[in-house]
Design a protein around this ligand. Sequence first.
Ligand code: NAI
Length: 329
Amino acid sequence: MKVAVFSTKPYDRLFLEEANQDQLELSFFESRLDSLTCMLAQDYPVVCTFVNDRLNANILLRLFDGKTRMLALRCAGFNNVDFYAAKNLGFIVARVPAYSPVSISEYTIGLILALARKICKAYVRTREANFSLDGLLGYNICDRLVGIIGTGKIGFLTAKTLLGFGCSVWAQDVVENPELTKLGVQYVSQNEIFKNCDIISLHCPFTTDTHHLIRRETIEILKNGVMLVNTSRGGLIDTEAVIEGLKSGKIGSLAIDVYEEEANFFFEDYSDRVIQDDALARILNFPNVIVTGHQAFFTEEAMRAIAKQTIDNIIAFRDGQTPPGNMPL
Ligand code: NAI
């Protein structure tokens, strides 16, 4: 069966080919799937996509006309898919719901420690033989109150790890996890997290409910100097409002692995170009901000698991079975 793989980087190809073992006919396209590149998928029954590929109604219709019948997402998040259109057209959609949640939670912990102890700033400084400690004063995360919004697979592990660091953990989710309560996590309202927590980490999906969860009104009630971490999806944060919060000092530090407009930049090298996105350019310039390019998932373990389940999903579809990562539409 022919599969058109979009947004392919050399590392995607490596892991997908390893998992495939020549069972499927994979064609790798470096380009992102969009209204121009969707014509490349003509006559491919399966299209395999990543987080920033566009699967809106118009593109889905064109894929359908080109005989595509399955969308194999090689990621957990699915906010880039128009499910209404996919359902109407009768697409099978499968994803990789849990490939290595520990990869993202460990990365989140790394960001929290790096911000609290100014490790990135120190790294840059000592590269120039500046060993002064001025401006590097940090704080312990032990005994701090951390708020976790979204206690699914990743939020759960992050909360559990933070307890191990001696943090107090408050959480908010639409569905509470009794296992976390048993471990000592206290479920509270979102507002209580905003008002009281020293560190807030976002782990809920990006939906209409969570769009701009962090915005001007919520920033106003945050504890002064709060640390904010987002390894979930960029749309959870209103970037302009966060920039104002950083300028006023309300937000003491920020780490983002995702950005609202990341599709235009992330996974590409822009080091010799002028960034035209003023919000991104501004946020990259704060001394108390860490920006990474959607790499929290990027471990050998995660890549291997993503590739395996993606291939398994497509093979099940080819064989007329329900893919293990099937998404009921
Ligand atoms: P999950 O589905 O296991 O957990 C999400 C949790 O958020 C669920 O417990 C759900 O009840 C909760 N939730 C939903 N709506 C909510 C709301 N309005 N308020 C509070 N909680 C709400 O998902 P998982 O695997 O833990 O992933 C979390 C997010 O991390 C995903 O949405 C994905 O976008 C992101 N992610 C980021 C990666 C990266 O490389 N930066 C890699 C993988 C996932």
